[in-house]
Design a protein around this ligand. Sequence first.
Ligand code: HEC
Ligand code: HEC
Ligand code: HEC
Ligand code: HEC
Ligand code: HEC
Length: 222
Amino acid sequence: MPQIFTASADTRLRTALLVFVLVLCGSVLFVGGYMDSSYATLVGWVRDQPVPFSHEHHVGGLGIDCRYCHTTVEVSARAGFPATHICMTCHSELWTGAPMLAPIRESLASDRPIVWQRVSKLPDYVYFNHSIHIARGVPCVACHGRVDEMPLMARAQPFQMRFCLDCHRNPAPRLRPPDQVTRMDWSDWDNHPEEHKLYGELMVKAYGIQPSKLDNCNICHR
Ligand code: HEC
Ligand code: HEC
Ligand code: HEC
Ligand code: HEC
Ligand code: HEC
């Protein structure tokens, strides 16, 4: 009987198999870790903007309401970005010659909107709508975090499917009176968990929200 495998070939084969198994385990762990890492979810990352606009100054410091700039958030799918003339209501008086604001002046002169780099964007195959969330009292902070503390805008949540589903399956604890959706700080309510819970449960009934149906695929993939 001729020997097909020499003893050393057998060792090499075993070694190769072992390496293959190790690489496979490694990749599975790597991919699993990667999907939840800030590299993949982009949480906390800022982008270069044409103008270094600060929500910390304008919202946290000056107390301007979100809807002053994101004018369509209550009535349409998109919150939208402010038209240049909205910035100019103040900056035609304030910081008028600042180099930092040159792109704003150019935009006004040329009548071309500023192109902002997006930090929160869903893939095209996901349907999202701001107005329904705002109407039900889901606060901006639940999805966008404390923007009043952001000198530059960063993504606060991983907009993965799990994030949407966690709330859709149990929205009650997140609901507020709709006129309070743009408030960033909510400590006075959070200190009264019982009332908050009761309010949420009542509102789920009053609005006819059905959590058992809110995780149907066709709600978000249409
Ligand atoms: C209601 C008035 C108001 C509006 C509207 C407004 N700003 Fe400002 N902005 C200010 C004031 C006041 C300061 C000075 C803040 C400070 O120094 O604390 C400022 C400062 C700035 C600065 C300097 C950096 C900083 O944050 O201190 C930039 C850049 C800026 N604004 C951009 C914009 C852009 C872009 C818009 C439109 C999307 C806009 N602002 C809309 C009042 C306004
Ligand atoms: C004075 C105008 C102004 C006000 C007030 C304002 N924003 Fe903005 N917002 C902007 C501008 C300009 C941008 C684009 C530049 C940037 O990303 O910082 C922006 C970007 C954003 C983005 C990033 C969206 C994306 O996909 O890139 C979010 C989220 C956001 N704003 C939420 C809010 C919330 C929540 C509030 C209220 C608590 C608010 N903004 C108040 C002007 C404003
Ligand atoms: C339930 C989660 C949720 C809530 C609540 C929410 N947003 Fe958003 N927002 C998103 C998602 C998701 C996107 C990205 C949408 C896309 O890419 O299609 C987004 C995008 C934005 C943008 C970028 C422009 C746009 O319309 O796509 C702005 C500005 C913004 N949101 C502001 C706000 C403000 C202001 C509020 C509160 C009044 C708010 N959002 C409440 C999830 C939310
Ligand atoms: C913090 C809670 C919360 C989060 C987070 C959230 N939602 Fe919602 N969503 C709601 C509530 C409450 C409703 C209103 C349900 C109703 O009135 O029947 C809703 C409704 C919707 C609707 C409309 C359903 C319809 O019947 O027309 C869509 C679409 C939707 N959400 C998509 C998303 C997507 C995509 C995400 C993630 C990016 C998301 N939501 C994150 C609470 C949330
Ligand atoms: C509340 C909204 C929502 C519902 C309901 C929902 N999805 Fe998603 N889905 C998303 C979002 C947001 C993403 C984008 C994830 C990302 O970019 O990482 C996504 C991504 C996906 C993807 C792409 C792969 C992935 O996981 O990133 C598949 C496949 C998918 N969904 C299938 C489904 C199926 C099947 C159902 C029903 C059982 C469903 N989805 C229900 C919001 C939803």
